[in-house]
Design a protein around this ligand. Structure first.
Ligand code: NAP
Length: 493
């Protein structure tokens, strides 16, 4: 489809912004609402119902009723599997609509939606659907006269709170294993980009999912999100978002029912380029994509480029040339666009302020800056040369801003990489297998890539060390994390 086709489709799009409780769309009980805007134009797309604590109560009550009467967990695994697969089929059938909604909502290029986010959403739902009857308990070897079974059971009502950077995908990384495990769920999506999640809930019911199993409350974090995190009937809270909010949620759990809190939080991922790496052009290509894809609004963005001093000059020149060739800002509805606007005006202001702070703290800006070429919330791809103690190298910017930090030795590179409160991901580029193996062991990160960046599939547990979180998305372990273990001991002899 051409740019004009997408613009035409956008005109005709019907947008739903209500809450989804007990299998149907409803308004917020107090009638509140907020604007949902298109960051590339500033136009208001829709009014979104603003759920508050009483709406969260209604959603949790609906989920709890579904849990108690076993309308979902009581189905045979194959039946639940069929519902999940039909859900994936419906998402696939609505791919254009969902891509368009998310592109309008948060500015992600439409080509990224069609080629990256949607295929990954489908893989996730189908992977966890497949897992449903593959997860097994155990019968342990015990004394004569005893039979001991270890059983995995779903938890109950799970709350999920998700961010705006991959709104549908981050939600599905939670929803698919939560539902596959037999739980009921209440989702609070990010206020900046709630539109695709709002559709996902209705598609689940259209696929045959029982009413009440998947409820959704749109609203603001400090109201609806907080109410969900404090709710006594929510047994687990699964969160993706900032480290700041993650810490609040742990507090809310302690203040309420000690619910389990699974956190996928921020990052400041280092990429280490050793002097013997195979192919500098290939490495630079991945470095550029690692920070400028999704306009840098990626939790594992490779925002710290640790480059051996011997490579620095050539690396910098190639990095600038590849960025200029690959990442020109454009209308995200144009299929040729690779760099869209940031998700909101406040976020654009924050990222521009971070760039200004980098200049003020003495980092050398070799590309980009604060001059925004287009209307809308764009930020130019920016590269600093600096050191690791600068705020631009320590704090998550969550925009298209990288800091190149030169080093001389492997030990220095590891020290710099680990000098961070975060530990989500890291990469090493080298042709020396022994060195790579040693460095993988030394890096404090939940995901380490060698001679690549951002690669993986559903078998890869994804999550962080340190303040990047305490949990893992993807992989069958994620399904098990939404279950609990029961030991059943029988006296049989
Ligand atoms: P955020 O500000 O922490 O918001 C995330 C979610 O939390 C939103 O739904 C937000 O609602 C809600 N929230 C805010 N305050 C809350 C409160 N007091 N109580 C309960 N919920 C509250 O994060 P974001 O700006 O949307 O997303 C960017 C962050 O997500 C980055 O730090 C990024 O690294 C992280 N992230 C991590 C991963 C990972 O896998 N580790 C993946 C993607 C993103 P509102 O939208 O209404 O504020």
């Amino acid at each position: 489809m051409t740019h004009e086709d997408w613009l035409r489709k956008a005109q005709a799009l019907k947008i739903e912004g209500r809450l989804f409780i007990e299998g149907r769309y409803v308004d917020a009980q107090d009638g509140g609402s907020f604007d949902c805007t298109n960051p590339s134009t500033g136009a208001v797309l829709a009014r979104i119902a603003q759920g508050e604590a009483k709406d969260v109560d209604a959603a949790v009550a609906s989920a709890l009723a579904a849990w108690n009467d076993r309308r979902w967990r009581g189905q045979a695994p194959r039946e639940r599997m069929q519902v999940m697969n039909r859900w994936a089929d419906l998402v696939e059938q609505h791919a254009e609509e969902l891509a368009l909604l998310e592109t309008l909502d948060m500015g992600k290029p439409i080509s990224d939606m069609l080629n990256i986010d949607l295929p990954e959403v489908l893989r996730t739902i189908r992977y966890f659907a497949e897992c449903i009857d593959k997860v097994e308990g155990a019968v342990t070897h015990t004394a004569p006269g005893a039979l001991h079974m270890i059983l995995h059971e779903p938890l109950g009502v799970v709350g999920a709170i998700t961010p705006w950077n991959y709104p549908m995908l981050m939600a599905v990384w939670k929803l698919a294993p939560i539902l596959a495990a037999g739980n009921c769920v209440v989702l609070k999506p990010a206020e900046q980009a709630p539109l695709t999640c709002t559709r996902l809930a209705a598609l689940f019911v259209e696929a045959g999912g029982p009413a009440g199993v998947f409820n959704l409350v749109n609203g603001l974090g400090p109201e609806a999100g907080r109410a969900l995190a404090l709710h006594p009937d929510v047994i687990k809270l699964s969160f993706t978002g900032s480290t700041r909010v993650g810490k609040l949620l742990m507090g809310y759990a302690g203040q309420s029912n000690m619910k389990r809190v699974a956190l996928e939080t921020g990052g400041k991922s280092p990429q280490i380029f050793m002097p013997d790496l195979y192919d500098l052009d290939a490495a630079v290509d991945r470095a550029v994509g690692g920070i400028f894809d999704n306009a840098g609004q990626v939790c594992n963005a490779g925002s710290r480029l640790l480059v051996h001093r011997d490579l620095q000059e050539a690396f910098t020149a190639k990095f600038i040339a590849r960025t200029q060739a690959l990442y020109q800002p454009g209308d995200p509805l144009d299929p040729a666009t690779t760099l869209g606007p940031l998700a909101s005006q406040p976020h654009q202001r924050k990222v521009l302020a971070d760039i200004a702070r980098g200049q003020a703290e003495g980092a050398q800006m070799v590309m980009g800056g604060t001059n925004v070429a287009l209307p809308g919330t764009y930020v130019p791809p920016t590269l600093f040369v600096g050191h690791n103690r600068m705020a631009i190298a320590q704090e998550e910017i969550f925009g298209p801003v990288a800091t190149l930090i030169p080093f001389d030795t492997e030990a220095e590179a590891i020290g710099l990489a680990n000098d961070s409160v975060y530990g989500l991901a890291a990469a090493v580029w080298t042709r020396d297998l022994h060195q790579a193996h040693r460095m993988v062991g030394a890096l404090e990160a939940g995901v380490v890539w060698v001679n690549c960046f951002g690669d993986g599939d559903m078998t890869q547990p994804f999550g962080g060390y340190k303040q990047s979180g305490n949990s893992r998305d993807k992989h069958v372990d994620s399904l098990l994390s939404y279950m609990q273990t029961k030991s059943a001991w029988f006296q049989v002899g």
